[in-house]
Design a protein around this ligand. Structure first.
Ligand code: NAD
Length: 269
């Protein structure tokens, strides 16, 4: 018989009882799919994301900006949802999860089958033209020459025509919220509504340092019980009823088993 931690058992019981369970995900949700996060020891890039993922960098350091996003876009299309993404999709189907608010831009929740997803920071699966507004699959912005990643590693890569719109030659940009930009108004209002309504709010794989997204768990904790599953401490740990310092996917699989074992069989079929 597998041994579960007390936190995990209590959280599973609370999840089963909750009327409006909401989860809030960050980059740590997708590291088990092979996508690096920003802040852990295996973080993504030598330069700080706060300085490179900005409109100013797009204008003043286009080579670094476009190389950064080309590398991230290439990784995004190589990976698949992990068991943690799939557990959340199953829990939604079982009526045990009402909303996923995500800071992630990888689209992996939707690819795992989750329907109720609010993307706070846009999506890296698309790019758009800063001049005419045309939207494209983000692979449009990848270099055509096959050895470009080796060139990038060697410090010789020069982003080129692929970063321009095929229709009007305006600069393309990733359809994500860059540091310093406002969040999409609809997504933000939806996230605030669900944070306030929720009675159980579960943070999965986020350092909770990116603002204003981190307002959601803070607001939720006024009326909901808060759980944080993250490998490292976060600034909101003091507000949490349960803190589980373990890997998201593994933990979710265990919690799912505890929840499903309590659901009457008729509800599962
Ligand atoms: P973050 O990098 O600031 O924090 C990630 C946290 O997850 C860290 O505290 C780390 O310890 C923890 N973590 C890593 N792997 C884990 C695992 N397997 N299990 C449990 N915890 C794990 O990420 P953030 O809080 O999402 O905020 C940074 C910004 O990063 C967001 O705006 C997001 O858009 C962007 N981002 C997204 C992706 C993605 O879409 N996959 C990837 C990198 C960065």
């Amino acid at each position: 018989m597998e041994k579960f931690s007390r936190e995990m058992e209590e959280l599973a019981a609370a999840w089963l009882e909750a009327e409006i369970p909401v989860v809030f995900t960050g980059a740590g949700m997708s590291t088990e799919s092979g996508l690096p996060d920003f802040r852990s020891a295996q973080g993504l890039w030598r330069q700080r994301p706060e300085s490179i993922a900005t409109l100013a960098a797009m204008r003043t350091q286009p080579e670094e900006f476009y190389s950064f996003y080309q590398w991230r876009i290439a990784r995004l299309w190589e990976v698949a949802p992990n068991p943690g993404h799939r557990v959340l999709s199953q829990l939604e189907q079982l009526g045990r999860l009402r909303k996923i608010i995500t800071q992630n831009i990888d689209g992996l929740h939707q690819r795992a089958g989750s329907q109720q997803v609010t993307e706070l920071h846009g999506s890296l699966r698309q790019v758009s033209c800063t001049q005419c507004g045309a939207d494209y699959d983000s692979r449009q912005m990848l270099p055509r020459q096959p050895d470009w990643e080796a060139e990038l590693q060697a410090g010789r890569h020069q982003p080129g025509e692929e970063c321009k719109c095929p229709k009007c030659e305006g600069w393309l940009r990733p359809a994500v919220v860059l540091f310093g930009e406002n969040l999409p108004a609809d997504a933000w209002s939806d996230a605030l509504t669900w944070s306030v309504r929720s009675d159980l709010f579960i943070v999965l794989g986020s350092s909770l340092v990116v603002s204003p997204a981190n307002t959601c768990p803070e607001l939720a904790a006024d009326s909901a019980r808060l759980a944080i599953i993250n490998l490292e401490p976060t600034p909101l740990d003091d507000l949490a009823t349960w803190i589980i310092r373990d890997r998201v996917a593994e933990t979710l699989l265990k919690i799912r088993d505890l929840i499903v074992s309590e659901i009457p069989l008729g509800e599962i079929e």
